[in-house]
Structure formats: C-alpha cells, structure tokens
Ligand binder design. Structure first.
Ligand code: UN1
Length: 479
C-alpha cells in the first residue's frame, strides 16, 4: 500500500512532486492507493520526450503501429479482471459494467490497429495539364489527452488508440478521481513494447497538471472530455497557442416516449439510459419527454422498476447501481433533488442511502411533473436523476427535446416510422437513438454532439482521423 503509483514519462516511472489518495466511493475505508502527482517540470519533460519520440514513430510504418495496438488490446484482455476491478473500485461502476467497459477498450485498440493499415489519401487529377495531385494524411506530432473519471478506460482508449494509430505521440492526463485505471493502461502500453516517449502518463489535478499540458509548446492538439467550464478554458488556451482542439462536454439528453411506444421497450431504454452507471454518463437520458396518453402507464411502470433497483457496493454481485463518484458530486446531486421539489416537481427517490459500507450511495430519482424551463431540465446534473415532462403531441415533444443548450444524444421510443423519421431529421443532436437508450454507443462509428455538447471534429470510428491527422496536398509535374 505504501508504494506510490508513479507517472510514466520518457519510458520510465517517475515519482512526481506530491501524492494523492485514491479512495473507493463504495467504501471510504478502502484506500486503493497513493498516486504521484506530476510536477509542471514532469509535464514539460513528458511533452519534450513525446516530441522527440514522435519523429521516429511518425515514420515507423503502419505494420509497426498496428502490431503495437494489437499487443495493447491483448494486454487489456489478459488483465481484464484486474482492470475492471480497479475501475469498479475507484469509479464505482458495478463490476459487470466495468468488465463491459474494459472489453470495449480492447475492442477500440483492435479497431485502430486495423485503421493503422488503412490510412488512405486521394489521387486527384489537376486542372492543369501534366500535373498529378496527391493528398495524404500526416500525424500532428504530440497530442495532449485529458480524460474524465466516468469512463476511466474506454475514453483513454478511444483517444490514445487513434492518436497512436495515425502516428502521433501522446501525453495522457487522466481524471484526478480515477488514476488507477489509467496507470494500469500505462503499464499495459509499456509492457506491449511501446517505444520510449511515444506514450506518457501524467497524473494530478487539472489546475496544475492539466494546465501545464494545455500550455506546453510541444503539444500540437488537445482532446478533452469533461465539463463545459473546463472545456471552455482549454479552448481559450488552445486558441492562444494555435492548437487544434476537440472537446466533448455536457449533455441534457432527451428521451421522447410517444403514445405508440412499446411500453416495455420504453421503460427499459429509459431505466438504462437514465440510471445505469449511476447516471454518470454525458449520454444519460436526463429528460424523459412523455406523451400524455401513455404518461401514467409509463410513469407507474418506470417508478416501480426504479424503486426496485438495487443500489450497492460496486463489487457486490447483486448491485445494479453503484455509488456516486465523490462527496462533491453527491452533494450536487442532492442539491438538485431539493431544487426539483422547490421548482414544483413531485420527487420520487433521490435520497442518500446508508448501507453497510460508508459510501456515496443515492437512490435514483424521478422528478415528475417537470417543465422544460425548470433548472433541473436545463442544467446537467450528472447523477441518477431524470425529469419527466408531459407533452401533448409530437411537435411539442420535439420542441422540448430541442429546448436545451446541449445536443449530444437524443432518443425516441415509437413504433411509427413517420415519428422516427421526423425525429431523426429534426432533432438537434450528434446522435439519435430510436427505441434504444441514449447512452451506450458502438466503438467504431463517430461519437459527438452539436450545440454546447461538443467542439471540433468527431471522436471514434474513422472520423477520428479528421482530428488526429493533417492533410498534405502535393502537386507533381513530371516534366
Ligand atoms: C456511452 O454512452 O457509451 O463521458 C459513452 C461520457 C461520454 C461517453 C458515453 N463521453 O459519458
């Protein structure tokens, strides 16, 4: 326990300038470990090492890059139980979800191992006689990756894998609350034989470590997933340094339940979308927009199933909902529960639970009788809380769905092709779900939102090449 888990810089494990505790939100008596906080000099050294290493990595060739990514995928798969247990222990996701997330991370590395072999360009005829044009993709250089606590292995994977596949080197700054999973990933990447300096891990607070990474002159691009205020600050600093930036921020995702929905499908999609992973997903359904004619039947059945959810220790096999991640997040969630009542909602659930271990347990909450203009329907809560807004027809449902500053994921439950088609065309979001939860996405297709949710090119799938490469156009005259 006394061993301090270290940062990974220039191919070696570094002590750092301070230490932070990592505690289990299911059981505060469980000290997971002590993690080294990188100093600003460590960050500078990591970025310099990454810049140096990137020159060789850029020309290493697709087979070398594909092979490394495959070895990382195999490393994750081999250590699946260890990674998933760490994830559940430090983040509070139940073990089944943690295992699924760990598998997804391995799949992401496998997908980009394939993509490394398919980096393609264009050959285009010139408008001038005798000239050939070729457009190729080139790596950017050093990319800084700043990842959140809520998907501590999947999000690092879907940023690190394309960064490496396309020939960049990486400095990863994981969330302060979940350094353990990221440190295991660093260990796996090191064991996979990643060339020195191509991947670096710097742990610690955003205010010091994150800021040093964002401002480092070696860093050519920044990919961030997290809160809107932090995203805005990063965008401003990135603009000052002329860096490319990709931001994935909040959501206030609507799930529309139309009168012709299959009730079972609608309840199950809402239960999953709103409450699984303790509602701590930027794709969570936090606004259930329900047609008046199905409203009461839907609310009765959903309330019954929400009340039956087993909240408990993330590692207990019968738990369905783990704890909230931290004391601050729990306090914020509870304040929103009070606010919902103050704004006039009928609140079902939402109270703090005292269980046999000391943890941040909260009963999932439904805010009934909500109206779109309420703060609980406008602000991202990021906890197990969903508002239910009653509407009288499709147009009103669509209007309410779009009545938000965010636009990440939007869902509709219906058996009507017409509703589904209209919704897909007119909803303002980067992802649309028909009869499936707003959260829980595939790993090989674009991910991202519109409006205040996202900024910059899409993540994941082949779309990631837009962010992680730059194009070069050559004109050749053979003479
Ligand atoms: C998912 O819903 O499967 O932070 C992924 C988040 C998102 C990822 C959601 N960036 O919740």
């Amino acid at each position: 326990m006394s061993r301090i888990q270290r940062n990974f810089v220039a191919g070696a494990w570094w002590e750092g300038a301070g230490v932070m505790e990592n505690r289990n939100p299911s059981d505060l008596d469980d000290l997971i470990g002590l993690y080294a906080i990188a100093s600003p000099e460590d960050v500078a050294d990591a970025c310099a090492a990454a810049a140096e290493a990137q020159r060789a990595w850029a020309v290493a060739g697709p087979q070398v890059r594909a092979d490394l990514l495959h070895r990382i995928a195999r490393g994750i798969a081999k250590r699946e139980t260890e990674v998933a247990t760490m994830l559940a222990r430090e983040e509070g996701k139940i073990l089944a979800e943690a295992i699924a997330e760990t598998r997804r991370a391995a799949q992401v590395f496998r997908f980009y191992a394939g993509e490394a072999l398919r980096v393609a360009g264009d050959a285009i005829a010139s408008v001038r006689q005798g000239i050939d044009i070729e457009v190729v993709r080139e790596p950017l250089g050093v990319v800084g990756l700043i990842t959140p606590w809520n998907f501590p292995i999947a999000i690092p994977a879907w940023k690190v894998a394309p960064a490496l596949a396309y020939g960049n080197s990486v400095v990863l700054k994981p969330a302060e609350l979940t350094p353990g999973t990221a440190r295991l990933l660093a260990r796996i990447i090191a064991d996979a034989g990643c060339p020195v300096g191509v991947f670096n891990l710097v742990m610690g607070p955003g205010t010091s470590v994150g800021a040093a990474l964002v401002d480092d002159p070696h860093v050519k691009a920044l990919s961030f997933t997290g809160s809107v205020p932090t995203g805005r600050r990063i965008a401003q600093s990135a603009a000052a340094g002329m860096k490319r930036v990709q931001l994935e921020m909040g959501g206030k995702n609507p799930m529309v339940i139309m009168e012709d929905a299959d009730l079972e499908v609608a309840v199950s999609a809402s239960l999953n979308g709103s409450f699984f992973s303790t509602g701590q997903r930027c794709t969570a359904s936090s606004r259930l927009i329900v047609h008046a004619s199905i409203h009461d039947a839907f609310v009765d059945e959903l309330s019954r199933q929400v009340a039956a959810l087993k909240v408990g220790h993330a590692l207990a096999p019968d738990s369905q909902i783990g704890p909230v991640v931290s004391a601050e997040q729990l306090a914020s969630n509870l304040a929103y529960v009070d606010l919902a009542a103050a704004e006039g909602c009928e609140v079902r659930g939402g109270e703090r639970l005292a269980l046999s271990t000391q943890g941040f347990f909260q009963r999932p909450a439904l805010f009934l009788g909500a109206r779109s203009e309420m703060r609980v329907c406008q602000e991202e809560i990021f906890g197990p809380c969903a508002s239910v807004i009653k509407v009288s027809d499709f147009d009103e449902a669509l209007h309410v769905a779009n009545d938000t500053a965010f636009g990440l994921s939007a869902g509709i439950c219906t058996r009507s092709l017409r509703y589904a088609r209209e919704f897909r065309r007119r909803v303002q979001s980067g992802m649309v779900m028909v009869n499936v939860p707003t959260a829980g996405v595939d790993y090989h297709v674009p991910f991202g939102g519109s409006k205040g949710s996202s900024f910059g090119p899409r993540e994941q799938g082949r779309a990631a090449a837009e962010f992680y490469t730059s194009s070069k156009t050559s004109y050749v005259f053979a003479g």
